[in-house]
Write a protein that binds this ligand. Sequence first.
Ligand SMILES: [Zn+2]
Ligand SMILES: [Zn+2]
Length: 283
Amino acid sequence: MSASNTNSGAELLFLGTGTSMGVPTLGCKCAVCHSTDPHNNRMRSSIALRYHDAAHDVRRTVLIDTGQEFRMQAIRFGIDHLDAVLYTHGHADHVLGFDDLRPLTFGHAAHLPIYADDPTADLLERIFDYTFRKVDRYPTSARVDLHRLSSEPGTTVELFGAMIERIPVRHGHHIIAGYRFGDAAYLTDMSDLPEASYDRLRGLDIVVLDALRREPHPSHSHLDKSIAIAQRIGAKQTYFTHISHDLEHSATEAELPEGIHMAYDGLQLNFDIAAFPTEGDAA
Ligand SMILES: [Zn+2]
Ligand SMILES: [Zn+2]
């Protein structure tokens, strides 16, 4: 009844917060892998954004990444419709659930838009060749339109009235995509942040950062480094994701500085998606 003319009230839902092998890790006998606390049960990292599309007065669901457990995550969290998918990079734990997009792309007038930078798009086209080939395309493959995002800093895409900005993130030897959407940003699989990316992360209410384990790792930031990066970004609240079995949820949460938290599968946060500063803004 009260059709709002703003799309500011957005939700960020963690579908998975685990590292590439998941937690519990197969064959592992450690206490975290055998914990009965569901906060220690981590599917592969992915989030869903939900927000109001004012122009069409409809709620939109945008996914970031489709890991191996995408189907189970969609069932668990009641995702029965998708409006777009953004990819961070082409590692298995972020793309291998792509094929399970299929049923959510059938029966719609338009193909599901998916967004990826060139290296990730190339990988998707190689792994799921039968979906993208022009000749002899598999008839019941996913009905998607693949949009290639420029890797240039400052690349933005407008999705249903919301401005999404690609944030360059260092992941070992590669620069991959993080995303900022208004007052929140999602930077998974981060070993470090390029200096210029700090400028693009000013004024955040929420930042989500990779924090793999206690010991340093070549491709992922570890706990102390992630705390330092979080404090430099200075978001009001920081949430760690892409977590291995090295970090027990409650014990780690208790030792984190104020405003920094362990994310967990199913955690939902509210944020303002409309406040992204555009080039025309005087401020
Ligand atoms: Zn990963
Ligand atoms: Zn990765």
